[in-house]
Ligand binder design. Structure first.
Ligand SMILES: [Zn+2]
Length: 363
C-alpha cells in the first residue's frame, strides 16, 4: 500500500486544515509514493520508537506529537529530535504526525478520553466558528440536479447525521451577453430574463476549492452568479475539549480514584473537592487550561486536563474541580484510537507501540 493512500485515509478523518496555526501535523519524513509494509502508531516519536519500528518491520510511524515542531538549520544528531529524524531517514522510515487536527475533531483525542470515562452524549466543549461556509449559486432548472450531485460528492450538505442537505428558492435572473461572449442561451447584445433557482449549500470551509471546481464542471453557463459566505456559526464537529455526563452521578473521591486507575496516573493534582458528586465532566487531552472558563460555563463539575500551572489552579475558584492527570496519561490511548481507525481501513499490519514515551517519572 502506498504511503499517499494511508495519508488520504488519515486526512479524510482528521483534516490538516483543522490543526492550530502553531502546529506541524503532516508527513515529516518519507516520500508519499513509497510502499508501506507495516505501520507503528505511537503518542510520541522518539529514537526508541524508531528502533521498535525497525524491529517490527514497520516503515511508517504515525504519531500524535510531531517530533519536528520548528525549523532545523542543521541535522547533525546533537539532540534527540535530530537523532530520531536521522535514524528514521537512514532506515527509510516515514514519519507522519496528526496532532491538533486530531484534538479538534469530534471523533478524536477527547472523544477517546470521554469514552474511557463512560461519558454520555459527548459534545465538543468549545466549537469553532468560521469553519463552515455557504455557497449560493443561481442555476437553470435543468442543471439543478447535476449541480446538487456534483457538490454533494465534493462534500457539501453533509453535517452531523445528515447528508445531501440543500435549500432552493425560485427567482428571476436577467443578463445581456456582450460581444465576445459565447452564451449557452440568449443572443449577443439581447437582454433576456428567465426563471432560475437559487441553490444554497453548507460545507466545511477547507473543502471550498474542491466544491467550486465540481460546480464549474457541471454548471452550463459560461459565466454564472455564485456567492461564498464564511459563517459565524460554530461547527459542532470541530473544536477543543469535550463535555459529557456520567450515566449515574459518582461520589467525587470514587470518581477521581477511577480516573487514576483508567489513566494509570502516578498522581492527580486537583483543586478542593467542592462538589460531593460528579455528574457533568469536561475533558481536554494535553494542555487544556485555556478551556477552564468554557468548562465552567458548560456547568461541568470537574475539568480533567493536564499541564496546569500553580497559579492557574486558583482560577477554579471553588466553582469547578480542576484536575491535572498528566499530559502523557491523558493522551496515551490516542495511539489505540489511531491504530483502530487505520486497522479498519488498511490491509497492511498496524501495531500499537509498546514503548512508554512518558518523559515524566513519579517517586
Ligand atoms: Zn499532547
Amino acid at each position: 500500500m502506498k504511503l499517499k493512500q494511508i495519508i488520504r485515509i488519515i486526512e479524510e478523518w482528521a483534516p490538516p486544515a483543522y490543526q492550530e496555526s502553531y502546529d506541524n501535523s503532516r508527513l515529516l519524513t518519507g516520500n508519499a509514493d513509497m510502499e508501506i509494509t507495516g505501520v507503528l502508531v505511537s503518542l510520541d516519536c522518539v529514537e526508541s520508537v524508531v528502533d521498535e519500528a525497525i524491529a517490527n518491520n514497520c516503515n511508517l510511524i504515525v504519531a500524535h506529537h510531531p517530533i519536528l515542531f520548528s525549523g532545523l538549520k542543521s541535522l547533525t544528531g546533537k539532540n534527540y529530535v535530530e537523532r530520531t529524524i536521522i535514524k528514521a531517514i537512514k532506515h527509510d522510515i516515514a514519519l507522519y504526525a496528526l496532532h491538533t487536527n486530531l484534538d479538534n475533531i469530534h471523533t478524536g483525542v477527547n472523544r477517546k478520553i470521554s469514552d474511557l470515562l463512560g461519558l454520555r452524549n459527548p459534545q465538543i466543549l468549545s466549537a469553532s466558528p468560521h469553519k463552515l461556509m455557504k455557497l449560493e449559486v443561481a442555476s437553470p432548472e435543468e442543471a439543478v440536479e447535476p449541480i446538487k450531485q456534483a457538490v454533494f460528492e465534493a462534500g457539501a450538505g453533509d453535517l452531523g447525521n445528515y447528508s445531501d442537505g440543500w435549500f432552493g428558492v425560485q427567482g428571476t435572473a436577467g443578463f445581456k451577453p456582450k460581444a465576445g461572449a459565447s452564451p449557452t442561451i440568449g443572443k449577443i447584445e439581447h437582454y433576456m430574463s428567465k426563471p432560475e433557482m437559487k441553490l444554497e449549500f453548507i460545507f466545511p470551509t477547507y473543502l471550498k476549492s474542491g466544491i467550486l471546481s465540481a460546480l464549474r464542471q457541471v454548471h452550463p453557463y459560461e459565466e454564472f452568479d455564485y456567492k461564498l459566505i464564511l459563517l459565524e456559526n460554530t461547527n459542532q464537529e470541530v473544536g477543543s475539549g469535550m463535555v459529557g455526563t456520567l450515566a449515574v452521578p459518582e461520589e467525587t473521591g470514587q470518581f477521581l480514584e477511577r480516573v487514576k486507575k483508567i489513566f494509570g496516573c502516578g498522581v492527580i493534582k486537583h483543586t478542593d473537592i467542592t462538589k460531593n458528586t460528579i455528574s457533568k465532566v469536561a475533558v481536554c487531552g494535553g494542555a487544556g487550561f485555556f478551556l477552564l472558563p468554557t468548562a465552567m460555563a458548560a456547568g461541568a463539575d470537574i475539568f480533567i486536563t493536564s499541564d496546569v500551572k500553580y497559579h492557574e489552579f486558583f482560577d477554579a475558584d471553588g466553582k469547578i474541580i480542576l484536575a491535572d492527570i498528566g499530559h502523557y496519561e491523558s493522551e496515551q490511548f490516542t495511539k489505540n484510537l489511531i491504530a483502530d481507525r487505520l486497522s479498519e481501513k488498511v490491509k497492511i499490519p498496524v501495531s500499537v507501540s509498546d514503548t512508554n514515551t512518558n518523559p515524566v517519572r513519579y517517586l
